[in-house]
Ligand binder design. Structure first.
Ligand code: FMI
Length: 351
């Protein structure tokens, strides 16, 4: 209850800060509570199981160190980690639109989106973006900021693995920005540099490409068309930065509120921006932007049907987004148990 009230307080603060920045607060459901999820899961199996699964000893003993007899008394407090992440989200008024939320969501996505279902490599398990060359991929430009702001939290809670922390941060950010509750469970462990399979650059999609490219990359992860469009709806939040991707601007007027605003904007009129930068599209105000890959969400008929659906029905978007995002964060993670099917519209997750 207290947490729900605190969450409302934060959302009001967010609305106020957006008003100060001159953004509309058109988004629909900002009143959803961010009550923590998966308490039951977090409690499953007792502290020993989670001490092992969360990589409790990884930091101390190296990645493959799993205690033979984990301490029975240790109870990892994921609620405390969630609270610490929430505290950091709006800790710097000067940063972008006043929230680290969007860049944390991008970190959670990029650490997971390297997954290849064909050989089960990549994915969030291992937190391999801590090391080069993955941290230096052009696609990951700017994510050092996100990793850095989570570092004090990692220091405070050394028992949590980076890979659990980065994915949890994305979930907490979405919930705090008014988005849906997302099923998340711990169980990722970190790899050391010499234990990483070198992943080829190019595993993440390229925003200047077309619908075929988007399908190739997301199908490789195991997603279908509906899930692709739902995931892309995260562009309701955040913005592009010239010094990161080369693109510029936000997709919506409320870039720190999670909503179906990306889809309602997409259905409007867009034209090519006249400038010397990479091809991107702008609306009639010249303030909002769309990437070429975003435009393919409406140019491609199969994608378009979901854009129409989500533009009309935010609840449906929230439901499908939550399922797809949860699935994304779990790709390739060798959980001991699969207690829930995170995506009803797609094939059952791997065993
Ligand atoms: Fe997106 N994104 N994204 N994105 N993203 C961002 C920012 C951004 C692409 C391209 C792209 C997903 C998918 C895809 C998310 C969330 C998600 C930027 C600007 C670009 C160019 C980066 C910058 O700072 O300049 C695609 C087209 C290619 C990679 C793509 O397929 C998905 C699936 C998600 C999460 C579900 C967020 C939140 C942001 C804002 C980041 C910020 O710092 O504001």
């Amino acid at each position: 209850m207290l947490r729900a009230l605190a969450s409302r307080g934060r959302q009001l603060k967010q609305l106020r800060s957006l008003a100060v920045r001159g953004y509309a607060t058109e988004a629909g459901k900002t009143g959803k509570s961010s009550l923590p999820l998966i308490l039951g899961l977090a409690g499953l199996g007792g502290g020993g199981y989670y001490a092992k699964q969360s990589g409790l000893l990884d930091g101390l003993l190296g990645s493959s160190a799993i205690p033979a007899t984990p301490s029975k008394d240790f109870k990892p407090d994921y609620q405390a980690v969630r609270a610490a992440i929430e505290d950091v989200l709006e800790s710097n008024d000067e940063y972008d639109d006043g929230s680290y939320g969007p860049v944390l969501v991008r970190l959670a996505w990029h650490t997971s989106g390297t997954y290849d279902k064909n050989d089960n490599t990549g994915g969030s398990n291992g937190a391999t973006m801590r090391f080069g060359p993955e941290s230096g991929w052009g696609a990951n430009a700017g994510l050092g900021d996100a990793r850095d702001i989570l570092e004090p939290i990692k220091k405070k809670f050394p028992w949590i693995s980076y890979s659990d922390l980065w994915t949890l941060a994305g979930v907490v950010a979405i919930e705090a920005m008014g988005g849906p509750q997302i099923k998340w469970r711990p169980g990722r462990s970190d790899k050391e540099e010499n234990g990483c399979v070198p992943l080829p650059d190019g595993r993440l999609p390229d925003a200047s490409r077309d619908n075929k490219h988007v399908r190739d990359v997301f199908y490789r992860m195991g997603f279908n068309d509906q899930e692709i469009v739902a995931l892309m709806g995260a562009h309701a939040i955040g913005r592009c930065h010239a010094d990161r991707s080369g693109f510029v601007g936000p997709w919506t007027f409320s870039p720190t509120t999670f909503s179906n605003g990306y889809f309602t904007e997409l259905k409007g009129k867009w034209h090519k921006k006249k400038w010397n930068g990479p091809i991107q599209y702008e609306d009639k105000t010249g303030e909002l932007m769309m990437l070429p890959t975003d435009m393919w969400m409406v140019w491609d008929k199969k994608f378009r049907q979901y854009v129409d659906l989500y533009a009309k029905d935010q609840d449906k978007f929230f439901e499908d987004f939550a399922a797809a995002f949860s699935k994304l964060l779990e790709l390739g993670v060798p959980f001991e148990k699969r207690d829930f099917n995170t995506s009803p519209s797609s094939p059952k997750p791997m065993a």
